[in-house]
Design a protein around this ligand. Structure first.
Ligand code: F0G
Length: 458
């Protein structure tokens, strides 16, 4: 019998989480206008809303917090972080930002203008938001296999090269500031992009003179999948693999709240000095001076350590295999989930789970709410509400997939917690025929409405 993937760490400190009753949760979710973002954390038992900024830091990271250098300019913590980023990514220039979307804001301020198009693989919502906010357009070039939740393609984050080349041929070069490849691809289910695909995208970008930028929030998990699934990389280390894929691009934005193993932070790394100079001006305006960019010195130190820990195989194996453990349990219970399992999350396929709830009644949101009511578990809708309205027609955009994401925080929950989640879903699945109606929107913001939307039960 194979030994299981036990965590390569033990627990030194614990944090209590609160149980509640179903009646309490029915009341709380109503008061929250059926928006899971409006719940207070103590109303949630197992919080799978996001894997972003919710991970547990190590003793070495906490030790680094104590020796953080809070100097406004030239902090030693900044240099620690810069050296680590340069060593791990190979990029020359580095700018810290307070989180990933801030990195997008700074870099896109330097590169994106009205009327531009930005092709990529299922842009994350803040990425799309920052593109559309500048009256530019995000064009999704993800492979079609990604939209079939039962297709077992090993790299469902891949870019379809024909779709990408069509964009390059259709739009003038001056209107394509860059191509953005998200590793792993969050919006298509935490699915990885193959090294082979990254190489091919890079070659195509070079052919047409277009920059290639990585949205790198979960780059270490992407490297893990390459090691496991691409034969040529079986014997390479995670750090070697990451450095290789970054070598095919011109820069990266990073949300350090994921594979940086910290609670807050982000950065930009680049090869081009001119772009770096332009971005620097925006960084100073929006984020802070270039040697802190919205981050505390101690947080930069903890991030430097976190990036090294997150790119170690043993950590990644227990991390990604814990996500798969939950996925496997759900498969055993017959619950429809996206396959292969993502690196940071399991995605429930609401189109298959609750097909009786009309799409106009936000079936994925309805399922997420039910999971909260039944188990005190908070997931998040990745479906029609998240997709926002079309900026021109203001009609709902119905994405191909209606998903509920169960994102697993890093180094936080045990497999018993995963078991609890799986059983709650099994119970919901067994009574799914009873679910016929969902919710209607009573209030929404014009962009990124999912955070503040108010809903009413139909
Ligand atoms: N890019 C990707 C792929 C992301 O998943 C996120 C955030 C960002 C950029 C933005 O980074 O939050 O630091 O500003 N994803 C979180 C999530 C919010 O829950 O998936 P941020």
């Amino acid at each position: 019998m194979n030994l299981p993937y036990a965590e390569p760490y033990k627990i030194k400190m614990v944090e209590a989480i609160k149980r509640s009753t179903k009646n309490q949760r029915l009341q709380w979710i109503k008061e929250a206008n059926y928006n899971l973002f409006n719940l207070t954390s103590d109303q949630v038992f197992i919080d799978l809303l996001t894997d972003s900024g919710t991970g547990a830091m190590s003793d070495h990271q906490w030790a680094e917090m104590m020796i953080g250098d809070e100097s406004y300019a030239g902090s030693s913590s900044y240099f620690k972080l810069k050296n680590t980023v340069q060593r791990l990514t190979g990029f020359t220039y580095f700018l810290p930002t307070h989180q990933g979307r801030a990195a997008e804001n700074v870099l896109f301020s330097a590169l994106v203008k009205a009327g531009d198009v930005v092709p990529g693989n299922s842009h994350f919502d803040t990425t799309k938001g920052h593109i559309e906010f500048r009256q530019a357009k995000a064009i999704d070039c993800t492979i079609d296999e990604a939209f079939d939740t039962s297709n077992l393609h090993p790299f469902k984050g891949n870019v379809n090269l024909n779709k990408l080349e069509t964009v390059f041929k259709t739009y003038p070069k001056e209107t394509i500031p860059f191509c953005i490849v998200t590793i792993t691809c969050n919006s298509s289910g935490g699915q990885p992009v193959a090294m082979e695909n990254i190489k091919a995208v890079s070659a195509l970008c070079k052919k047409y003179g277009i920059l290639l930028i990585f949205d790198s929030a979960r780059f270490a998990e992407n490297a893990y999948f390459i090691k496991k699934r691409e034969a040529a990389y079986r014997n390479k280390t995670i750090k070697e693999i990451a450095k290789e894929f970054f070598s095919y691009g011109d820069g990266m934005t990073m949300s350090s709240k994921k594979d940086g193993l910290v609670n807050m932070g982000g950065f930009i790394a680049l090869n081009d000095e001119e772009i770096y100079k332009k971005a620097t001006t925006f960084n100073i305006m929006f984020e802070g001076f270039i040697t802190y960019g919205g981050m505390n010195g101690r947080d930069m130190g903890a991030l430097a350590v976190g990036l090294d820990e997150a790119t170690e195989f043993d950590y990644l194996e227990s991390r990604v295999e814990q996500v798969a453990y939950l996925g496997q349990k759900l498969v055993e219970y017959g619950v429809p989930v996206q396959k292969p399992f993502g690196g940071h999350a399991i995605f429930l396929d609401a189109n298959k789970f609750v097909p009786n709830i009309p799409r106009e009644e936000y079936r994925a949101q309805a399922l997420a709410i039910e999971l909260y009511i039944v188990g005190g578990i908070r997931g998040v809708e990745i479906g029609t509400i998240l997709a926002d309205r079309d900026p021109k027609t203001r009609q709902n955009r119905y994405p191909d997939l209606e998903l509920v994401r169960l994102a697993i925080p890093r180094r936080v929950y045990s497999n018993n917690h995963m078991e609890y989640v799986a059983v709650a879903l099994k119970n919901i699945y067994e009574t799914r025929q009873e679910a016929k109606h969902g919710y209607k929107i009573i209030e929404e913001a014009p962009i990124m409405r999912h955070f503040t939307v108010k809903l009413e039960k139909i």
